[in-house]
Design a protein around this ligand. Structure first.
Ligand code: PHE
Ligand code: ZN
Length: 886
């Protein structure tokens, strides 16, 4: 073996955390914006950190891609011999033991910045992204979240190019210089904050504004900045913001703290949005919405992300993270808060169903493969690789379990204590948990294991009824599958919500054998093996387990098809009624795959269709809920369920077969629903109207899969008659997915309609990338050189490459390896440009070990091609290493 030239990047470890010897408590920035040479003059007030136990020593400041032009300490320029500059640091050997001021001038190149971290330009707008470690690309700094400083920022720019100049906090002054040629503005943020929450924007932007009166009667000025001409598309986001502000007051007693709240929409952004103090920056696809341009899914996502970023003001900003290992402290908690908000604004049950679907799709698959990691990881090479479904979505589930275990009142008391005790601090998960222990008097020591241990627990349950004794027994065994680097696992503290349903469909009061009632139906599983006994049960009930998905586990219990049909018809817990339907569908799909594998024909599926038919017709159930009842598990869900020897093509066939069987079995019901849900009134994005569209579109999917002539006609008409993007995009996707004589015309038509809209056109790229047909790989390659495509735009990469790798299992996993080659080529081309996005695309290989042997072989070859490249970014290096080794 040849040894590689590359220095193996060094992992960072939680156990090595210590406070820095120095801290910076005041920052004065003067930023003069220029496309290629932006000048940043930073004045940093540095002092010994009172929390540090070590003596001062040399001062190491983080810094990357900076050109240092000037450095002085307490006004005296430093000699060239007294400091060192490397690729990642500025080191000053001797600094005073008393507080001092360090003045730095650095030059950065925003135009060349395509990694989109630090200061960059997006369609001509100057903007910043500093989480997690972008501030070090603006000036040398102690770029870590436990260094909190007060910022004053003066921005100067060409008045025509950037008349709007924004930063965090309050506007102190603004004006013109150089006879009106340059504009300037001074902003001051009174709240100490970590550097990752710093933001600056400059550009020729339009805006819409509104006001909000807080619960204590303060009037807040709200403003959304965006491209000229798109103002009308920001009203939904503004509306969502106000609802979120009100909700946080009502639900958590949290009031906004500055006089202004600003949101800026930019096109090129690595993530969804960023919670910078008082100046959130958003990916414009999560701000812009109108009937014509945005699907209901986007309307919903805007509402939830606007709320999420706003909620960070308390959970993330006022109380931040001590170090990046604590990321879930702000993210898991804030996702929990946005989920609760969406549930209150919409249907709580449907919200829970879609959150659970998403958790299983993204987090369970992560947890089941080589990229599995704990909600609080203990080591990382590149922190950007840990903005994951595990940290976010499983992190939210852990908070939800605490709420379930404690009950609403004690949970709220714990949150109040957390806000009170840690306001203004950089905290840890332990700090957070301690607040709930104190507020409730409960011991959460075992619960902490959830934060430290990766993997999805399996709960193997069996239920037995004793007719003579009129008692029942529930056996629960927790099995904790090994994950990379962690084979022996500790048992977890699991809240298991249950109900028992009598044969007549009544809810039975659940009495433990000691005579106590089960509080809120929640049992607590703490041992590896646990037996719960119940008494006074007159006849054999059907258990309804894990109600509301009370813990992020894989639960299995051998209920018969009859039992599932019973639950689908009677379970008063609507989440579990859906869960029963979903289990039944999955059971049917797995059976269909097994028959196909054995080369046999199976016609299973009719019973399932009939079992859900009554729910579909039940007018007492909301349309959005009925849509969930009809929606099948995805092909990826089936692959995850099978776990081994996966052949995506067989799953695809089984999936189509079931859809067809459903349409054949309950066709008339579906046709009637389709007509009944056809809207006539004016468009409204509210949850009820969106639910009707969702049901109609889900029905359309089933009927189109049937593939009769009339079905194709209906689909084509659905596309051409669409008066909103929900219907238009849904039918375009379906046309591409199924492939009908009308597909090509619709694709061409959609392009003509939307080629001038850089947000909407992403739907066109994605629809084509998702077509499960053999020509897709070649088409995607062609589209990578399409004039509207750009590798420098993360949204474009996600729409084309991401959609292909994640939503086209058949073509991504082609037996000839062409799908893998395509993605690897793109990852390698992207890595030098935007390593964060390259690493994310590569992570789409994370389930490769569950494939059948031949495809595994092909995937391994593709991954090894990445691993052999000598100059990989830390981001891609870490992912490829973990994926191959794990
Ligand atoms: N902190 C952001 C959020 O969850 C996500 C983000 C992370 C954005 C890193 C940019 C960079 O709201
Ligand atoms: Zn967040």
């Amino acid at each position: 073996m040849q040894s590689t030239k590359r220095d193996t990047p060094r992992p960072v470890r939680l156990k090595d955390y210590k406070p820095h010897a120095y801290t910076i408590d005041k920052v004065d920035l003067k930023v003069s914006l220029h496309t290629r040479q932006t000048r940043v003059a930073a004045s940093l007030h540095v002092k010994r950190n009172p929390l540090s136990v070590v003596e001062g020593g040399p001062l190491h400041l983080d810094g990357e891609l900076l050109q240092l032009e000037h450095i002085s300490l307490d006004r005296a320029p430093l000699s060239r011999a007294s400091y060192r500059v490397t690729d990642s640091e500025l080191v000053i050997d001797r600094v005073p033991s008393a507080p001092f001021t360090l003045d730095l001038v650095t030059i950065v190149d925003p135009e060349a910045n395509k990694a989109l971290q630090g200061l960059y330009r997006s369609r001509g707008i100057y903007c910043t992204q500093c989480e997690a470690q972008g501030f070090r690309r603006i000036t040398y700094f102690l770029d870590r979240p436990d260094v909190l400083a007060r910022y004053t920022v003066r921005i100067e720019a060409d008045a025509e190019e950037a008349p709007v100049l924004l930063s965090n906090g309050n506007l102190v002054e603004r004006g013109m210089l150089d006879r009106g040629r340059r504009a300037y503005a001074v902003w001051k943020d009174p709240f100490p904050k970590p550097a990752y929450l710093f933001a600056l924007v400059g550009g020729d932007l339009s805006s819409i504004s509104s006001t909000f009166r807080t619960m204590s009667g303060r009037e807040i000025d709200l403003r959304i900045y965006l491209e000229h001409g798109k103002e009308s598309r920001a009203h939904w986001a503004m509306d969502a913001l106000k609802r979120a502000m009100r909700w946080d007051e009502k639900r958590f007693g949290r009031e906004y703290d500055l006089d202004h709240f600003k949101i800026v929409a930019v096109s090129d952004f690595n993530m969804g949005a960023m919670e910078n103090k008082g100046l959130n920056i958003f990916n414009d696809r999560l701000i812009l919405a109108s009937r014509e341009t945005a699907t209901d899914t986007i309307f919903e996502a805007i509402e939830s992300v606007v709320a999420h970023e706003y909620f960070h003001n308390w959970t993330g900003n006022r109380i931040t993270c001590r170090d990046w290992f604590q990321l879930c402290l702000k993210e898991g908690l804030t996702v929990f808060r946005d989920q609760e908000f969406s549930g209150d604004e919409r249907s709580a049950t449907v919200q829970r169903i879609s959150d659970v679907r998403q958790l299983r799709a993204l987090q369970f698959s992560e947890d089941a493969g080589p990229l599995a990691h704990p909600v609080r990881p203990e080591t990382y090479i590149e922190i950007n690789n840990f903005y994951t479904a595990t940290v976010y979505e499983k992190g939210a589930e852990l908070v939800r379990m605490i709420a379930t275990l404690l009950g609403a009142k004690d949970f709220r008391a714990g949150m109040d204590l957390y806000f009170e005790r840690h306001d203004g601090q950089a905290a840890t998960v332990e700090d957070f948990i301690a607040c709930f222990e104190e507020a409730s008097g409960r011991d959460l020591k075992q619960f902490m294991t959830w934060y430290r241990q990766a993997g999805t627990p399996q709960l193997l349950c069996s239920f037995a009824y004793d007719k003579a004794r009129k008692s029942a027994e529930l056996k629960v065994e927790q099995v904790l599958p090994p994950t990379p680097g962690e084979t022996r696992k500790k048992p977890l503290h699991i809240p298991l919500r249950l109900g028992l349903i009598s044969p007549s469909g009544r809810e039975i009061e659940v009495l433990r054998d000691d005579g106590t009632t089960v509080r809120d139906g929640v049992l607590e599983v703490t041992e590896r093996s646990h037996v719960f006994r119940f008494r006074d049960i007159p006849s054999r009930p059907v258990p309804s387990l894990l109600r509301g998905f009370s813990a992020p586990v894989n639960l299995s219990i051998d209920l018969s098809d009859r039992d599932l049909e019973f639950l689908i018809a009677t379970d008063g817990d609507l989440f579990n009624r859906w869960q029963a339907a979903n289990t039944y569908a999955m059971r049917t799909l797995v059976a269909l795959v097994r028959s196909l594998t054995a080369g046999k024909r199976s016609t299973r599926g009719g019973a399932y269709a009939r079992a859900i038919e009554a729910s579909l017709r039940d007018r007492k159930l909301e349309p959005s809920y009925r849509a969930e009842m009809l929606r099948l598990p995805t092909e990826a869900d089936v692959a995850r369920e099978l776990a081994h020897d996966v052949d995506p093509l067989l799953i695809h066939r089984a999936h189509r077969q079931l859809a067809r069987l459903i349409a054949n079995t309950v066709g008339p019901t579906l046709e009637r629903l389709y007509d009944e849900m056809t809207g006539h009134g004016p468009f409204s994005p509210d949850a009820a109207s969106a639910g009707r569209r969702a049901l109609r579109n889900t029905v359309l999917t089933m009927l189109s899969m049937r593939g009769g002539k009339a079905d194709h006609t209906r689909l084509a008409q659905h596309y051409s008659a669409a008066t909103n993007m929900t219907d238009q995009a849904h039918s375009l996707n379906l046309l591409c997915h199924i492939g009908t004589p009308d597909t090509a015309a619709a694709v061409a038509h959609f392009y003509d309609c939307w080629k001038d809209d850089h947000v909407v056109i992403d739907t066109w790229f994605a629809a084509q990338a998702q077509a499960p047909i053999d020509t897709t790989v070649a088409l995607v390659r062609d589209l990578t050189v399409h004039p509207l495509y750009a590798m420098t735009s993360p949204n474009k990469v996600r729409a084309l490459i991401g959609a292909f790798a994640l939503n086209n299992p058949v073509q991504f996993n082609r037996p000839d390896g062409a799908g893998y080659s395509l993605v690897v080529d793109q990852v390698l081309a992207l890595d030098p440009i935007n390593p964060q996005i390259a690493a994310r695309m590569l992570a789409s290989f994370r389930s490769w070990r569950s494939l059948e042997a031949h495809r595994q072989q092909q995937a391994r070859k593709a991954l090894q091609r990445v691993a052999r490249v000598p100059s990989l970014s830390r981001d891609v290096y870490e992912i490829v290493t973990r994926i191959l080794e794990g």
